[in-house]
Write a protein that binds this ligand. Structure first.
Ligand code: ZN
Length: 242
């Protein structure tokens, strides 16, 4: 069974479509939160995500802000502006869909969350100290996360007291050995200075994760963002991948 692992789509339909076309061969899809926020296509992205096969979809912090589950005051001003705009255009049906999303779940040997096992919505797993602590907060051998928009692998073997951090090479493969926390990167707003959409394919039979990148038409997305006056900083960062 091949799982397509997506996170942080951020209302970027062009990037999402490019990923689905590039991935081709998958039986099930995991979306690790933040379908909306930043980008110009919140309704279209939710509607496309809903059609994906054997879908497990989690709630992210931007999704939670749009449905008023967390206070948007905790976001920076430009992110708040995008949340405000998203609320003004999102359909009732799509709001109801976001309201039903869980903030964590487990599928077989994998725990799925947006932020971290310790704080599923909010915590950013960026460093070794926090990652090491977080291995205490889930029981499965593996955990897949999103939220930082950075493709990342944290591992903690039996005899170790500190986790290891590695940054996967573009289009590289990683063999899962207990235990590990993996982030596929962001589909709609990458922040590792590579503007291409990021995603992963998890081959469950061989326990291999492939970290993938795919080009998409960034200018199209930027034009739609300009049309609805989304913050310039968000428009610009798509080309920078930062
Ligand atoms: Zn995000």
């Amino acid at each position: 069974m091949n799982y397509l692992v997506l996170s942080d789509i951020h209302a970027n339909l062009t990037a999402l479509k490019a990923v689905l076309e590039d991935a081709k061969d998958y039986d099930a899809v995991w979306v690790l939160g933040d379908i909306v926020g930043y980008g110009p296509d919140p309704n279209e992205c939710i509607e496309l995500v809903k059609t994906l096969p054997n879908l497990v979809c989690l709630l992210g912090n931007h999704d939670a802000a749009v449905i008023d589950q967390i206070n948007q005051i905790t976001f920076n001003p430009t992110a708040q502006q995008a949340i405000h705009w998203t609320r003004s255009v999102i359909t009732q049906g799509n709001l109801d869909y976001l309201r039903k999303l869980p903030d964590s779940t487990t599928v077989g040997e994998i725990t799925l969350v947006h932020g971290s096992p310790r704080e599923p919505i909010w915590e950013y797993l960026l460093d070794i100290r926090n990652a090491t602590e977080n291995f205490e907060y889930f029981d499965t051998p593996y955990c897949f996360i999103g939220h930082t928009h950075l493709p990342t692998i944290f591992t903690l073997q039996n005899n170790q007291t500190r986790a290891n951090l590695s940054v996967p090479e573009k289009n590289s493969q990683f063999k899962l050995e207990p235990r590990a926390i993996l982030n596929p990167g962001s589909v709609g707003q990458p922040r590792d200075r590579d503007p291409r959409a990021a995603y992963a394919i998890f081959d469950q039979e061989n326990m291999i994760v492939q970290f993938k990148r795919v080009k998409y038409n960034i200018e199209d997305v930027q034009n739609r963002m300009h049309q609805v006056n989304l913050p310039l900083r968000h428009i610009q960062r798509l080309v920078e991948g930062w």
